[in-house]
Ligand binder design. Structure first.
Ligand code: PLP
Length: 425
């Protein structure tokens, strides 16, 4: 099949994320190594997206390749009902060790959205076990937690398209997005509405759910660690659980292993995904405290009502172990700090462009917020023509490269962003 035939069939039969059938440019990719994607026509692109936060070690890493091969020699998959295996148990132990102390029970799922569903179901079932019916969640606007129905119900109502799915979505409580930016202090007034909702409705609220520090796909904003700390305190005062969704931020992206560490906050339930396997396979995890697992296990029905077919897939678990090992053995903090510095200097010229509203950088995340949404039909090929892979959405052009990227490649990425925004906004 030549690239033209491939694209023709793709347009005819294949959906892409957030796309109409056959709309928008897509590029056939035939390989990837380290920080470069190879297109079918032989062109190489420097990857600025890490495949949506995931590929922190780059592509075709020998250690990760080997983790798959080794596990293939044992078994690719086996059901998790009534069976267990070393990759799952070792990974659970490792995740418990790395995450904040009270988290010690791990539920494996196959995608981030499902990890969020599981977190929400756990919170509801926890209160059910204690004889309370708490069926709702409190969150902030501009959030993103996934595309399944439970997750969608706590996404930003506008970008999460609540009107379109109105009849099917659970109704949740929404406070304004966190106003103080990262590094700023949080005043009482910043939490007034949040606190008001909590005071009025805490008996109906199973949990608060937030993305700590970085609001990802809902707007790429970085907010105050102080805000997060105060939310934790409010949850404690009103006896409401706290779910932190670290699916995007986990495994070093913000400069801490987990973003909640910026505020020294520990959640009752934690969702992990995306970079968990270094971007090789789909795997996610929901961690909970013993208080939650005890309540659920010791009261009728006595079982947690969830069990995905591919739960704890051994290939994915072995990969996650290898990826975490690689990360911890590397100088990831120095790499992320270096990337932050290069993104700051490299993207700074964007501040002088008339189409740009704000430039912000945290850890290995660089964001250029524009005044108007980009035209993807134009801007996507413009990036490819410059030899980089950058995929903007709405008014946001952003970079979150693999941690292994060197400064030359990162500067090329930044220059492409500056030039493309200059020419196309
Ligand atoms: C990507 C993401 C999800 C959803 O994960 P999927 O694997 O796409 O289902 C949930 N929460 C956050 C914060 C995310 O960034």
């Amino acid at each position: 099949m030549n690239p033209d035939q491939l694209l023709q069939l793709d347009r005819k039969h294949v959906w892409h994320p957030y796309s109409g059938m056959g709309t928008g440019p897509v590029f056939p990719v035939v390989g990837a190594e380290a920080v470069r994607l190879t297109l079918a026509d032989g062109r190489q692109l420097i990857d600025g997206m890490a495949s949506w936060w995931c590929a922190i070690h780059g592509y075709r890493h020998p250690v990760l390749d080997k983790a798959v091969e080794d596990q293939l020699g044992n078994m690719a998959h086996v059901m998790f009902g009534g069976l267990t295996h070393p990759p799952a148990v070792k990974l659970a132990r490792e995740l418990v060790k790395l995450t904040p102390t009270p988290l010690e029970k791990v539920f494996f799922t196959d995608s981030g959205s499902v990890a969020v569903e599981v977190a929400m179901k756990m919170a509801i079932q926890y209160w059910h076990s204690l004889g309370q019916s708490r069926q709702h969640f409190l969150t902030v606007r501009n959030g993103y937690h996934g595309d399944t129905f439970g997750a969608m119900s706590v996404c930003d109502p506008v970008t999460g398209m609540h009107t379109l799915f109105q009849g099917s979505l659970a109704r949740q409580f929404f406070a304004p997005p966190p106003e103080p930016a990262f590094g700023e202090t949080c005043e009482d007034r910043h939490l007034m509405e949040f606190e008001g909702l909590m005071e009025r409705h805490h008996q109906d609220i199973a949990a608060v759910i937030l993305e700590p520090i970085v609001q990802g796909a809902g707007g790429m904003r970085f907010y105050s660690a102080d805000y997060l700390r105060r939310v934790r305190r409010l949850c404690d005062e009103h006896d409401v659980l706290l779910i932190l969704d670290e699916i995007a931020t986990g495994f070093g992206r913000t400069g801490k292993l987990f973003a909640c560490e910026h505020g020294a906050v520990s959640p009752d339930i934690l969702c992990l995904g995306k970079a968990l396997t270094g971007g090789y396979m789909t795997l996610a995890a929901t961690l909970a405290t013993r208080r939650i697992s005890d309540a659920i296990s010791n009261h009728p029905p006595g079982v947690f009502m969830h069990g995905p077919t591919f739960m704890a897939n051994p290939l994915a678990c072995n990969l996650a172990l290898a990826s975490i090992g690689l990360l911890l053995d590397s100088h990831w903090q120095a790499s992320v700090a270096r990337i932050q510095k290069t993104l700051e200097s490299g993207l700074a010229p964007c501040r002088d462009l008339p189409g740009v509203k704000e430039v912000r950088v945290l850890g290995a995340i660089g964001v250029v917020e524009l005044k108007q949404p980009v035209d993807m039909q134009q801007i996507q090929p413009a990036f490819v023509d410059r030899g980089v892979w950058v995929r903007p959405f709405g008014r946001l052009v952003y970079l979150m490269p693999p941690f292994i990227i060197n400064d030359d490649d990162l500067n090329t990425l930044c220059q492409a962003v500056v030039q493309v925004i200059h020419q196309h906004t």
